[in-house]
Design a protein. Structure first.
Ligand code: HC0
Ligand code: SF4
Length: 572
């Protein structure tokens, strides 16, 4: 153990601890900016670029976030010298930053803005030359405004070390440094998967989502349109955070009531389509498992993951399930089955998806995802954007009375809600595949080995004497490892689930920011599991509305009509 003093308090910590960690242990707060520690999720940014966490170590000033403790250190975190040093560094950062906070997309959610308030900055003393670079708004998902970048490098750490995609890098030196793409290519022309994890950790408005709020408002005002909204599984366990509710509060009823108050014609549930996905995907799996062909089957509902495999493992494009993702299935069913039922022309239906994800915006614009001749999904709005809309409309979210989803695309089982947490799609598939193989109902529906935020989870499930080997990865770096294992030995796994974001969709790039609180993610995952346990039906094939959909319209799971509307292909 190492013994030191911080602000005259005796501290004893293991060798290898930073001053920042040691201070935390004795409840001494040191402000930080570039530093971010989500080590449970495999992410720690140790760049120490911003120099906000400077503390006095004897006569020297050192950054607390990456200076390791030494025996006998005498650290002062709150001396006038340390306070002034920090403030000066912040003022220097602000001198090279646009001052358009009032209209910035991050206004109210910006860590730089909060820090300026916390450090009581009242003037920006230094007013020199400012670097300016063009804004990149080429993609459907992400906007990069390098003028707002403070070079904290959280995004490059995330993209390169955690996601292992390698889209973002810093080029140039000193004052000319900029975070950009290879050859400054527009994001749309890069290998970016649009996972949005860079923007989830960006402290300022340098990386943000493309907003679709105005298009949705326009559709709501257009009397010739029927506007149908669907909500993803993971939104209901995180939206409350935007209204200062306890993390992990399930706000399904309030979310539905708010959407009805906003004027959507029908409020449906993506979970309905998650049950539908399971019917199709389990059918596909059982077929492949019996014939031992094209295994392991890979789940295909995460659009970032699909783009990742298309770019990085296109030798494996014979194994992803051909199922569209649930929200896309929902769109094509709305514009076919529902349109027919309601006597509506699909051209007059607008489908809006509320998603925890920014890649869903890109996915909605994939040309092949338009089975009825119209885009399956018209607009995607993130959890954060939905919160903004609720605030725009002055809805009293905390006190609004709960409402129920509409029929018939609103019914769902517990198997659908667990899609929102890593391991859930796999578990939901197994619950139905068991029935398809044995003709019996699975008694114990929970697979605890597949729960939690561990990057790669493996399990072996015995179905009627045959072992089914399954694995789930969350985060693209973990996906890469798992795929490398599967490439080496195709018989190692039978089913693989991959979600690009930490913890699955609950940790999506469109969710309320975690700000170093991975415990929030665990609470969201626990809430998803609780929602499953509260459901009277927990297996997709028990969903009465799904049974009716097959009976009235699709025929059998895997039918040619189902293939026409619910399946897709991949780009090599
Ligand atoms: Fe997900 Fe989905 S579970 S990708 O994570 O599969 O975004 O929540 O909506 O489509 O259902 C995200 C979440 C979804 C889809 C579903 C899947
Ligand atoms: Fe990298 Fe994901 Fe950001 Fe694209 S969206 S730059 S893949 S972290």
């Amino acid at each position: 153990m190492i013994n030191l003093k911080i602000n005259n308090k005796e501290v004893s910590v293991p060798n290898g601890t930073t001053i920042l960690e040691a201070a935390k242990k004795v409840n001494i707060h040191i402000p930080t900016l570039c530093h971010l520690d989500l080590h449970d999720l495999g992410f720690v940014n140790e760049e120490a670029n911003c120099r906000i966490c400077m503390v006095e170590n004897g006569k020297k000033m050192v950054p607390a976030c990456n200076t390791l403790v030494k025996e006998g250190m005498d650290i002062k975190t709150n001396s006038i010298k340390a306070i002034n040093f920090r403030k000066m560094n912040l003022e220097l950062l602000l001198s090279n930053h646009p001052k358009d906070c009032l209209v910035c997309n991050k206004n109210g959610r910006c860590e730089l803005q909060s820090l300026a308030a916390a450090l009581n900055v009242r003037e920006i003393k230094y007013d020199g030359e400012r670097m300016t670079f063009p804004t990149d708004n080429s993609s459907y998902s992400i906007i990069r405004d390098p003028d707002k970048c403070i070079l904290c490098k959280r995004c490059t750490t995330m993209c390169n070390n955690v996601q292992t995609v390698g889209t973002l890098t810093d080029v140039g030196r000193g004052f000319n440094t900029v975070v950009t793409t290879a050859m400054h290519r527009p994001m749309i022309d890069t290998n970016c998967t649009f996972c949005g994890q860079c923007l989830a950790v960006c402290p300022t408005g340098a990386i943000s989502e493309v907003s679709n709020i105005s298009q949705v408002y326009k559709a709501l005002m257009d009397e010739t349109k029927t506007v149908v909204v669907q909500t993803a599984p993971a939104v209901r366990v995180a939206l409350g955070e935007e209204f200062y509710m306890e993390e992990g509060t399930i706000v399904t009823g309030k979310m539905v009531a708010s959407l009805k108050q906003m004027g959507f014609d029908y409020v449906f549930d993506t979970n309905f389509a998650a049950d539908l996905t399971i019917m199709e995907e389990a059918t596909e799996f059982v077929e492949r498992f019996k014939t031992k062909k094209n295994l392991p089957i890979l789940t295909s509902c995460c659009p970032s993951w699909v783009k990742f495999i298309e770019h990085k493992f296109n030798n494996l494009l014979d194994i992803p399930s051909t199922c569209k993702s649930p929200h896309e299935m929902f769109g094509s069913i709305t514009k076919s089955y529902f349109a027919k039922k309601m006597n509506l022309d699909p051209k007059d239906i607008v489908v809006v998806s509320i998603m925890p994800c920014v890649a869903k915006k890109y996915e909605a614009n994939r040309k092949e995802l338009s089975s009825t001749g119209y885009a399956d999904v018209d607009y995607v709005v993130t959890t954060r954007e939905l919160a903004t809309m609720i605030k725009d409309m002055n809805i009293d979210f905390k006190n609004i009375e709960d409402a129920e989803f509409d029929d018939p695309l609103g019914e769902s089982t517990g198997a659908a809600v667990i899609f929102g947490a890593s391991g859930g799609v796999l578990e939901a598939t197994l619950r139905t595949a068991y029935n398809m193989i044995t003709g019996e109902d699975l008694k114990n529906v929970e697979f605890h080995d597949l729960e939690g935020i561990k990057g790669i989870k493996e399990a072996v499930v015995n179905i009627q004497g045959t072992d089914v080997k399954v694995a789930a990865a969350n985060g693209l770096g973990n996906a890469r490892k798992l795929l490398e294992m599967a490439s080496e030995d195709r018989s190692r796994f039978d089913v693989i689930e991959i979600m690009a974001c930490p913890g699955g969709c609950v940790g999506g790039g469109g969710q309320p920011f975690l700000r170093g609180r991975s415990d929030k993610l665990i609470k969201r995952m626990n809430a998803i599991r609780e929602e499953d346990r509260n459901k009277p039906l927990r297996k997709s094939y028990e969903n009465e509305s799904i049974k009716k959909l097959y009976k009235e319209f699709l025929g059998e799971p895997g039918s040619s009509k189902a293939h026409e509307l619910l399946h897709t292909s991949y780009i090599e």
